[in-house]
Design a protein around this ligand. Structure first.
Ligand code: PA5
Length: 355
């Protein structure tokens, strides 16, 4: 596919059968609705909450990671993300469990939900419907029902913000309504710079996609802030562009991955590294960026730094996510790929259902 497609909005939309660009453009409105849905839920804690756990997979789990990073700094109790059929042993009556599945039919999440119920955990379900909603309604478990019709990975607002709202409602975190308002405004501003109609020379997401094209993206975030964003960029490149990508975090990568850039040369010449930066990264981590680049020298095809924008933590984290989401859909277009359908996941789920 010619790189010219990046500057042909109509071709970009034509390739996008499930409306990923449309969903991205409306993320700001989605966040507003998600916050309304979350804050409307009447919920109270039966027992004192000692742990928070989010159980889900793929696009429904990344909201859990966002919660772990965002609420982790505000909560006196740990937040764990579970991407498995089985829940950790610590889950019990004093655990708040969010069972999250956009479709409501993901078997690992259904299994984890049943376990949470058996263990007497305080469960809140977040879904569009499916078996998960049926079971929760039958069990009298509170459900936040979010609108369907988009891909789970395009629904991060719906799959994340209601969990924050519940923590706020339970008095576990101080009110963050101001941060949510800023997030909604910030996304509405950013989309006017990232949408398909903005030409490549002015569009950061298109420029990043062009760097990734025919290369192997490696995304580096920082522990406790942009780590979730690095993971998100990788997943979005996989699912939207149907291409491989890898991620890691500072400072951990300075203790292993950094050593591994000597061989094989042919592969290294195809690596495009992105460093995700945030003004609030640990000061020692900020020093590591420059030293790491210095050590890397010219070992890889390129290293790009991306800086978060916005004031509050929510807006800053999401500014990086939003950029990566757009870049992954533009990368799909460069490969001539429809970003929406994930036939491989659908096939795997159908095969498992036969077993
Ligand atoms: O993006 C996707 O489609 C997947 O990663 C799904 O989110 C994942 O398979 C889990 O499905 P669900 O979100 O419906 O629970």
């Amino acid at each position: 596919m010619s790189e010219r497609i990046l500057d042909e909005p109509q071709s970009l939309y034509r390739l996008d059968s499930l409306g990923m660009f449309d969903a991205l453009y409306h993320l700001s409105e989605q966040c507003r609705r998600a916050w309304e849905l979350g804050t409307a839920l009447t919920v109270s804690a039966r027992d004192e909450i000692r742990q928070v756990l989010v159980t889900g997979l793929g696009g429904s789990a990344i909201g859990g990671d966002l919660l772990r990073v965002f609420a982790g700094r505000r909560l006196p109790v740990p937040v764990t993300v579970n991407r498995d059929y089985v829940l950790p042993e610590f889950v019990g009556r004093r655990t708040l469990v969010f069972a999250v599945s956009y479709s409501g039919n993901t078997e690992e999440t259904l299994s984890a939900y049943r376990q949470a119920q058996d263990k007497g955990a305080q469960v809140v379900v977040l879904t569009t419907g499916g078996k998960l909603k049926e079971m929760a309604d039958r069990d009298g478990v509170p459900v936040i029902t979010v609108p369907g019709g988009i891909s789970p990975r395009a629904a991060t607002g719906y799959l994340f913000l209601p969990t924050v709202a519940v923590l706020q409602r339970l008095g576990l975190i101080d009110p963050v309504d101001g941060q949510v308002d800023e997030l909604i405004r910030h996304l509405a501003g950013m989309r006017e710079e990232l949408k398909p109609e903005i030409p490549r020379e002015e569009n950061r997401a298109k420029q990043i996609a062009a760097r990734f094209y025919r290369c192997l993206p490696v995304i580096w975030g920082a522990s406790g802030t942009s780590e979730v964003v690095a993971q998100r960029w990788k997943g979005q490149i996989n699912e939207n562009a149907k291409a491989p990508a890898y991620w890691n975090v500072f400072p951990e990568l300075n203790h292993n991955e950094l050593v591994g850039f000597q061989e094989p040369e042919e592969l290294l010449r195809r690596l495009q590294i992105v460093i995700l930066r945030d003004a609030h990264d640990h000061p020692r981590v900020q020093k590591r960026y420059a030293i790491t680049r210095e050590i890397m020298g010219g070992a890889v095809a390129g290293i790009t730094e991306v800086q978060s924008t916005g004031e509050g933590e929510l807006a800053r984290i999401y500014s990086l996510i939003y950029l990566g989401d757009y870049a992954s859909v533009y990368l799909a277009a460069l490969y001539g790929i429809d970003p929406g359908p994930v036939k491989v996941i659908d096939h795997l789920k159908a095969r498992l259902a036969e077993e």
